[in-house]
Design a protein around this ligand. Structure first.
Ligand code: SAM
Length: 280
């Protein structure tokens, strides 16, 4: 599928989820995986206590990026694929009134839901932008921290997303992203079934590919920290329902798919610098 076809499919899926939250107040177990092993119990009660219930109900991530990064007052944060805005609103509290948090999403109904959640939360240091993570509508060197929660795996052009993230980060800026990653070799057919379970439309990256694409984009200090490793049992019901013989593929699946926290840093000084004396 082309990048545009993937974007259309993703937009349709997440638009439907956003509309179902608006209609029912909760997205329900089948619509967006509430209560599933990937999206459930990611946030503490203390974190969700002050948030609009709709922002919590439509939490569709696979991690809790703001809990794993040190956000400072006054910083500018960008959330790639901000959905209903849960991580944007949590970041907004951390960077305070002198900071700014942008949420970027391409799905109109998700943006409408996020803006409504912003209004309910009374967050004045937040702005939701319409656009794609493959062409971020922000200037070069304008952001201190990029967060994202289970979105980059949905892109058909991951190298471009990582180049865009690098471009908009200030020198010394930090990339702090939760995403689904594959560890080790998995046969294509098995991988596709697992990706359907995880909700990856475009396919998850292998851990080594992720590291290498981050390095190619220019990032340094790359680190991949597993936060949840999925067992065959987690996916048994879904896979069986899709006609997969789970016991036959168990050895090829068990422990290979994980949610991970990916950290990287844009170097403080450009690599094209001519030397210490002329670039100081
Ligand atoms: C799995 S949800 C995650 C939402 C949010 N990060 C969270 O943790 O609840 C994916 C979100 O990313 C958005 N998205 C997916 N691909 C995108 C792209 N290429 N550009 C912009 N937004 C995208 C979708 O519209 C959806 O709102």
């Amino acid at each position: 599928m082309s990048t545009t076809q993937v974007q259309d499919a993703v937009r349709e899926k997440y638009g439907e989820i956003a509309r179902s939250v608006g209609a029912k107040g909760c997205c329900g177990p089948t619509a967006c995986g509430c209560g599933d092993p990937i999206t459930s119990n990611l946030y503490s009660n203390a974190e969700t206590a002050g948030l609009p219930s709709e922002a919590v109900a439509v939490s569709l991530g696979c991690g809790n990026p703001t809990a794993l990064i040190d956000l400072k007052p006054g910083e500018t944060v960008l959330d790639l694929g901000s959905g209903g805005g849960i991580d944007v609103l949590l970041s907004a509290k951390r960077v305070g009134p002198n900071g700014k948090v942008y949420g970027l999403d391409m799905t109109d109904d998700m943006l409408a839901l996020a803006r409504e959640n912003q209004r309910k939360a009374g967050a004045t240091n937040v702005e939701f932008l319409k656009g794609t993570i493959e062409a971020i509508p922000l200037p070069d060197n304008s952001v201190d921290v990029i967060i994202s929660n289970c979105v980059i795996n949905l892109s058909a052009d991951k190298p471009r997303v990582l180049r865009e993230a690098f471009r908009v980060l200030k020198p010394g800026g930090r990339f702090a992203v939760s995403d689904v990653v594959v560890r080790g070799e998995v046969p294509d057919a098995v991988r596709r079934s697992m990706e359907l379970w995880v909700g990856c439309v475009a396919g998850a990256l292998m851990e080594d590919e992720y590291r290498s694409l981050l390095a190619q984009a220019g990032f340094e200090q790359i680190d991949v920290e597993p936060t949840r490793v999925y067992r065959t049992e987690d996916a048994r019901e879904f896979l069986t329902g899709n006609g997969v013989d789970v016991d036959a593929i168990a050895p090829q699946v068990d422990g290979r798919f994980m949610s991970a926290f990916l950290r990287a840093v844009k170097p403080a000084q450009s690599k094209t610098c001519c030397g210490p004396s002329c670039c100081a």
